[in-house]
Design a protein around this ligand. Structure first.
Ligand SMILES: [Zn+2]
Length: 204
């Protein structure tokens, strides 16, 4: 598949891509760059003053809950009080990475019946769940708890729409992924449970 076809395929999946000029390709090894809209994510920005809040654990009804404290204005809050934003994702690819990206977005067979469409969506949801677990497993040490909370929430939202696993089973897998990343088991369980439940019930 040529570069033009690869770009056309990815643009059909929501990317906006421009190939790089030959001299830039030669200098950097990158063949193209582009952007797409990402997922809604909490933004670590104080809703009062806009400064960057520090993560802090608060106790709510006897449970440890991920929260924050703003060093600039003294505001306190929970993660769910942070603003949410759909961030733009920017990327540049080498020829090899572009081929891998295309493979990820490879068009599935067009649905011929409702059953096929449902199976296609479930296959997508299963892949999405694995990607979330991988995100938790590979979270850097300063972001493990936040990554777990966010992934658990998204896994819950996924389970609400697609029957790709039971809540209990997915909870166990999230906990194992977080423990593999180095999070203490008890902390992992409470964060994962809370996020999963919130996502599943459709809370903000
Ligand atoms: Zn503030």
């Amino acid at each position: 598949m040529g570069l033009k076809e690869q770009i056309a395929l990815l643009e059909a999946s929501g990317w906006h891509i421009a190939p790089f000029a030959p001299d830039l390709q030669a200098a950097t090894g990158l063949v193209a760059g582009g952007w797409r809209e990402g997922w809604d994510e909490p933004v670590w920005r104080c809703p009062e003053c806009g400064a960057s809040p520090d993560p802090a654990l608060w106790e709510v009804e006897g449970r440890a809950v991920q929260g924050w404290a703003c060093p600039a204005c003294g505001a306190l809050g929970l993660e769910e009080h942070l603003p949410r934003e759909r961030r733009v994702i920017h990327r540049a690819w080498t020829a090899e990475e572009l081929a891998q990206e295309v493979e990820r977005y490879r068009p599935r067979p067009v649905a011929r019946s409702l059953g096929e469409e449902v199976r296609r969506k479930e296959a997508w949801a299963r892949e999405r769940l694995e990607a979330l677990l991988e995100e938790v497993k590979s979270a850097p040490s300063g972001a493990r708890n936040n990554t777990l909370a966010s992934a658990a929430y998204r896994a819950g939202a996924l389970l609400r729409r697609y029957p790709v696993g039971g809540l209990e089973g997915v909870l166990e897998r999230l906990v194992e992924a977080a423990v593999a990343a180095g999070l203490p088991r008890a902390e992992a369980r409470s964060t994962a449970e809370r996020g999963l439940k919130k996502g599943f019930e459709g809370g903000a």
